[in-house]
Write a protein that binds this ligand. Structure first.
Ligand SMILES: [Mn+2]
Length: 324
């Protein structure tokens, strides 16, 4: 049995809920651009569970063909909440068990698909994943928050997402966290986790100060160029918050590629997932995510072109008054 999960908090929580039901499953962390390769490495006859990994538009046909092959020999479970590629319906996904809904965290979808016992305390893990992905506006989350003290749930969610943000490529540690959550251990009781969370949080306030001093307005877009360290997504969010711009964006160049993270205000009339999927289809690289939070990797020399396109696509809305 093989679990393939996204390495963010929602992916980790979904993997933990699955691991509680299938303790023998091994857990691998991956992302949309690598999904096909991971599926190709799995022997047919293995149960495969995929959590929180979007279907990459350019490889859709190959991914589905491979899923179909694996589903002929054994179960293929697919749970996700990223928008499907254009012209794709849920029924096109050749999984034997499927949960897909935009706006609901993968953790909540996984809990509802795999956990039969309505009294299971694994609903806490679903809550932590949902909070980490800002997917709290569901009936499930609102109801389950009342089963516990929501302040305690939020504290645990904060510890978990901050610590996992810091752990980034440390997949052994993430596997330990999956294991612990699956056994019902709360984040505050997982070895090293509170310390990692505090370290990440102190660093994050450093990023906030950096954003205040370095943010540049390009039309309606607040940009941080080449963030030296820390989370691009958080910096994009802070850039937007500090300036009042409609969209926040943060970049980091590594060799001849630029990683880009973007966030938008709820009322900004742009779908970042569609925008980044379309731009990267033209410029090369890969990109996508959610309507309000998305990322891309593009060739470094395309950054100016990228920004010009984004500026033009973000519908002009009036900027809120800056706070500084
Ligand atoms: Mn997610």
């Amino acid at each position: 049995m093989r679990i393939l999960a996204h390495g963010d908090t929602d992916g980790v929580c979904a993997a933990a809920i699955a691991k509680s039901q299938f303790p023998d499953a091994d857990v691998w962390f991956t992302r949309p651009v690598r999904l096909l390769r991971y599926l190709q490495e799995i022997e047919p006859g293995t149960t495969v569970m995929i959590f929180d990994i979007a279907i990459n538009e350019t490889e859709k046909d190959e991914i589905f063909a491979r899923m179909r092959e694996l589903a002929r020999a054994d179960e293929v479970i697919y749970v996700d909440h990223h928008p499907l590629p254009a012209d794709t319906l849920k029924k096109d996904i050749p999984a034997t068990q499927l949960a897909h809904e935009v706006g609901i965290s993968s953790s909540e979808l996984t809990f509802r698909l795999l956990i039969q016992d309505p009294r299971s305390d694994l609903d806490r893990v679903a809550l932590w994943g949902a909070i980490a992905d800002y997917c709290e506006q569901t009936d499930f989350v609102q109801e389950k928050l009342n089963k516990y003290d929501r302040r305690t749930i939020y504290m645990e969610a904060g510890l978990l997402s901050q610590a996992l943000g810091e752990a980034r490529g440390d997949y052994d540690y993430k596997r330990q966290v999956v294991e612990a959550l699956a056994r019902g251990i709360p984040p505050s009781d997982i070895p090293e986790l509170p310390e990692r969370a505090l370290r990440a949080t102190k660093r994050e306030w450093g990023v906030y100060e950096y954003v205040k001093n370095h943010v540049v307005l390009e039309g309606n877009i607040a940009v941080i160029y080449n963030l030296p360290h820390g989370s691009l997504g958080k910096a994009a969010l802070y850039a937007m918050g500090i300036t009042g711009a409609a969209v926040g964006m943060c970049t980091r160049q590594e060799n001849d590629e630029v990683d880009i993270s973007m966030r938008k205000r709820a009322n900004a009339k742009v779908d970042l997932n569609i925008l980044l999927r379309r731009i990267t289809a033209r410029l090369g690289g890969s990109g996508g995510g959610h309507e309000g939070a998305a990322g891309a990797t593009i060739p470094a020399h395309m950054l100016d072109t990228f920004l010009e396109i984004v500026k033009r696509e973000v519908a002009p809305i009036s900027r809120l008054s800056p706070t500084a």
